[in-house]
Design a protein around this ligand. Structure first.
Ligand code: KIV
Ligand code: NA
Length: 268
């Protein structure tokens, strides 16, 4: 079954978890697609995880499109989601223009942050599959912090999630909220929820690919390191540099030679 929106909704109705990872480049996209991930996501976490920016708000639409096109070339089966960057959805018309550009560049759907009922409604009415994103919103909040820890703030998040669904959101990402709230929003919504630091009971999970691979040095409570790819890369770089310096690489088996008569002519 193609991993389209119907499939993602079917998974929720059948209590099957939805799998999602961020991705910013072609070779990673090929591997994630082969691994059978449901959703491959070019997030604006691109900025801090791949481009060396200080914050997500520095990411431009051009940045996302450049990486989205690379990822598109590697994705065959998965649903391909792209983030709408900071200040690219200031009003309904601007949001639609941004979304159309992302779809033209290969996205199956787009995601935006915050309680943007009017924007989501406009995109939905224009046939765009749009994902909401509530809880901690890196484009809107200065510092990473758990949202919805008090009854009042939790109630606002729950009501916001319902209003975004009613406005036409197809999916809902929940970032850094207490597990109780992640569970309640998941039960109240018809559309699937995808959590990151939102507990065990959301309809799916998303992680930043560098976090789960162990490329980043951070150790985050909500994440899990499935590998130590950073250490593996470091060791390979060091061994290569040593071998070039001490002459262990390249070897005879790594080189090509001329035919004897050609060599004799060259040397004579
Ligand atoms: O950009 C991103 O990676 C995200 C996830 C944290 C959901 O928005
Ligand atoms: Na993002």
């Amino acid at each position: 079954m193609a991993r389209n929106m119907d499939y993602l909704h079917w998974k929720k109705r059948n209590a099957q978890r939805i799998t999602m990872l961020t991705c910013y480049d072609y070779p990673t996209a090929v591997l994630q697609d082969e691994a059978g991930l449901d959703v491959i996501f070019v997030g604006d976490s691109l900025g801090t995880n791949e481009l060396g920016y200080e914050r997500e708000i520095s990411v431009t639409l051009g940045d996302i499109i450049h990486h989205l096109k690379a990822v598109r070339r590697g994705v065959k089966e998965a649903y391909l989601l792209a983030d709408m960057p900071y200040k690219t959805y200031e009003n309904p018309e601007m949001a639609l223009a941004t979304a159309k550009e992302l779809i033209l560049s290969g996205a199956d759907g787009v995601k935006l942050e915050g309680i943007q009922v009017e924007i989501i409604s406009h995109l939905y009415k224009n046939g765009i599959e749009v994902w909401g994103h509530l809880g901690y919103n890196p484009q809107l909040h200065e510092k990473a912090a758990v949202q919805g820890k008090t009854f009042d703030s939790a109630k606002i998040l729950l009501e916001s999630a319902i209003s975004l669904q009613d406005a036409g959101a197809s999916m809902m990402v929940l970032e850094l909220v207490p597990e109780e709230l992640g569970k309640m929003i998941t039960e109240k919504l018809r559309i699937p929820t995808i959590g990151i630091g939102a507990g065990r009971f959301t309809d799916g999970q998303v992680l930043i690919v560098q976090d789960m691979l162990g490329v980043n040095p951070f150790d985050l409570r909500h994440s899990k390191r499935y590998s130590d790819v950073g250490q593996i890369m470091l060791k390979a770089f060091q061994t290569y540099a040593n071998e070039v310096e001490n002459g262990a690489f390249p070897q005879r088996t790594n080189v090509r030679n001329m035919k004897d008569e050609e060599r004799e002519q060259l040397l004579s």
